[in-house]
Design a protein around this ligand. Structure first.
Ligand SMILES: [Fe+2]
Length: 242
């Protein structure tokens, strides 16, 4: 049975990314699919892009990947991360796709970063049933008749899974900036061996502890803006330390 690892929201945290990739390698996974937000927040956006390009068969664009190439955004933090990347990586980020549709066995699966409405429309675990079920619609993709039974996304940095009356919605959490517990997360998807087409693919949530203090030493040395918020988030898994 083919096995997929779904990773998301690396945010320039290469210490966490390497720990997750090592874990994935040990499990003999066939393909790694990435839901975006490779860059920003953490100190090593360039290396995160290079490693993901090498390791992942699919990379979807996240809101940070989109913002970092948007010249209209001139915030100090964005400028710092943009300056690390160079033209080739920026061009690569600009051309990333918005979604990825594929099948696991007979099951149609759709992956995107934040929601069916775009990278900037955020959907939380506690949002309404209507908001969650709308993620299976193709409202902005006319001409695309693919109807997913499983939808996976990232963006909120917190894992969850929900049975939506015969459809499955899941969030892969975050590799580099988790906001539920302070360990990297990713998801493994496998074809369900039961041969019952009503069954979902087999899904496992994996948590990987990594060396947070080593990552913070690396980040501090770069003098990056937003270091104290980054430190709070990595240590406490609470957004901006709240
Ligand atoms: Fe993110």
């Amino acid at each position: 049975m083919k096995q997929y690892a779904v990773i998301s929201d690396i945010h320039g945290n290469v210490t966490a990314l390497k720990a997750v990739l090592q874990d994935i390698r040990q499990r003999g996974i066939d393909e790694i699919l990435c839901l975006g937000d490779l860059v920003g927040k953490g100190p090593n956006s360039a290396e995160a892009v290079d490693i993901c390009r090498e390791a992942c068969s699919v990379i979807i664009q996240g809101n940070w990947d989109e913002n970092i190439v948007n010249e209209d955004i001139q915030l100090e933090e964005v400028l710092w991360h943009r300056s690390q990347l160079g033209e080739t990586r920026l061009t690569f980020l600009k051309t990333l796709p918005f979604l990825y549709d594929f099948n696991i066995g007979e099951t149609p699966v759709r992956l995107f970063h934040a929601s069916q409405l775009g990278n900037r429309t955020r959907v939380f675990m506690n949002d309404s049933y209507e908001k969650h079920i709308a993620m299976f619609e193709s409202t902005v993709f006319t001409g695309n008749h693919f109807i997913p039974k499983v939808v996976g996304y990232g963006d909120i940095h917190s894992v969850f899974m929900k049975n939506m009356r015969g459809k499955m919605l899941f969030n892969a959490g975050s590799v580099g900036n988790p906001l539920d517990i302070n360990q990297s997360s990713y998801v493994i998807l496998r074809e369900n061996p039961s041969n019952n087409t009503e069954d979902f693919p087999d899904l496992s949530f994996i948590r990987v502890a990594y060396d947070i203090e080593e990552e913070l030493r690396i980040a501090k040395r770069t003098g990056m803006p937003g270091f104290s918020e980054y430190q709070q988030e990595l240590r406490t898994a609470r957004y901006r330390g709240r």
